[in-house]
Design a protein around this ligand. Structure first.
Ligand code: ASP
Length: 366
């Protein structure tokens, strides 16, 4: 019997044989099957589970991660991605996404895509059905429609209300918000409540994204990152998520990395590529993520007052199945929520604490 023959390999082989995709049969005789691993941002526990289930059935790593993040893109209650995502300053949801397929060394992406719920699927099609890598705006929409995607209104009532509230609290010198006949005299100025809300939004600008990376038992790696981007952004703004090397990078010989958080900072250090290059030189996934976070902090000479205006998070997975993540801040938001990430290691699916550079941002008043 082949020395690589294990019970797990047998089970996987049997499941996938039904689909005509026997993974173990494709392993070189001497290769040990690896333990599959899926890593994601903290909002991705359902994505890691789905991706792992699909890989167990023999799915390709990219098909698995895209199906995983589709759950979050479709969820109206996740206001950082796809349907229900927070809109740009005009109230339009604009989505960014990228995919990378390690074994075939290909990538695809879309940016500022409107009215299509699953930008990660469109990014995958850009990779598969064009000789381009990144389509944006109107062209990306037309490409998606040509491939049969349906145009949908992505703004949920909840996201629209958040956007309206943001717009109404921006200034007392415009006509958004209750008019003169309704406002009391003392409301003509920004109320302390309005001011507080505005300060909170500016200090903790709603951000969010899902990144998902997967390694299968053959050592093949893929990843995707998908987002509605920075809330209330200027229309046309493109973040790190659709930029290969920034919000996502995969090298099948080394590993993969992704990012969430303030995209402008990630782009300035070519975040995901930096993490993968660190791993190529021998850094552990956690150490590589910390190095990327440190470079972000260095761009502000470690000025904590400035750094406290945002957070950024890196996630990494290497060829051996080791994984890690690091954030700029370990505890964020008004309730000091722990920065975490999701991992399915083949046995269990759970949230783990991320490493971090600084414990918590400075309070807005300090
Ligand atoms: N990285 C995303 C962007 O800048 C946003 C986020 O992850 O919160 O578009």
């Amino acid at each position: 019997m082949d020395s690589t023959f294990t019970r797990r390999g047998f089970l996987h082989g049997t499941a996938s044989a039904a689909t005509g995709l026997s993974l173990t049969a494709q392993l070189p005789a001497t290769a040990q099957p690896l333990q599959p691993v899926v890593v994601s941002s903290a909002n991705g526990l359902r994505a890691t589970q789905k991706a792992m289930d699909l890989m167990h059935k023999g799915a390709d790593t990219l098909a698995a991660v895209v199906a995983g993040v589709n759950i979050v893109e479709d969820d109206p209650n996740d206001n950082s991605v796809g349907y229900g995502g927070l809109p740009n300053e005009d109230g339009e949801v604009e989505l960014d996404a990228s995919v990378m397929h390690g074994p075939t060394k290909r990538a695809g992406a879309v940016a500022a895509l409107r009215n299509i719920k699953n930008p990660s699927q469109v990014a995958k099609l850009v990779m598969e059905r064009t000789d381009h890598l990144l389509l944006s705006g109107e062209g990306a929409l037309r490409f998606a429609l040509a491939h049969g995607f349906k145009k949908e209104n992505l703004l949920t009532d909840a996201s629209r209300m958040v956007w309206l509230r943001w717009k109404e609290t921006l200034s007392t010198r415009d006509d958004w918000g209750p008019g003169l006949s309704i406002l009391e005299d003392d409301e003509l100025a920004q109320t302390p409540e309005q001011q507080q809300l505005l300060d909170r939004i500016i200090a903790n600008r709603p951000t969010g994204t899902i990144n998902c990376l997967a390694l299968n038992e053959r050592g093949d790696i893929s990843g995707t990152t998908t987002t509605s981007g920075l809330a209330f952004k200027i229309p046309g703004r493109i973040g790190d998520s659709p930029l290969i090397g920034c919000g996502l990078f995969v090298d099948n010989a080394v590993g993969a990395a992704g990012s969430t958080g303030r995209g402008e900072e990630c782009i300035k250090i070519n975040g995901a590529h930096t993490v993968v290059e660190m791993m190529r030189r021998g850094a552990s996934p956690t150490a590589a993520c910390l190095e990327a976070v440190k470079r972000v902090a260095d761009n502000y000479n470690g000025n904590l007052k400035k750094l406290s205006q945002f957070n950024i998070h890196f996630y990494a997975l290497n060829k051996k199945g080791e994984y890690g993540a690091a954030a700029l801040f370990g505890y964020v938001g008004p309730n000091r929520k722990r920065s975490q990430y999701a991992v399915h290691n083949g046995r269990e699916n759970k949230l783990l604490d991320s490493a971090y550079l600084y414990e918590a941002p400075l309070k807005p008043t300090s």
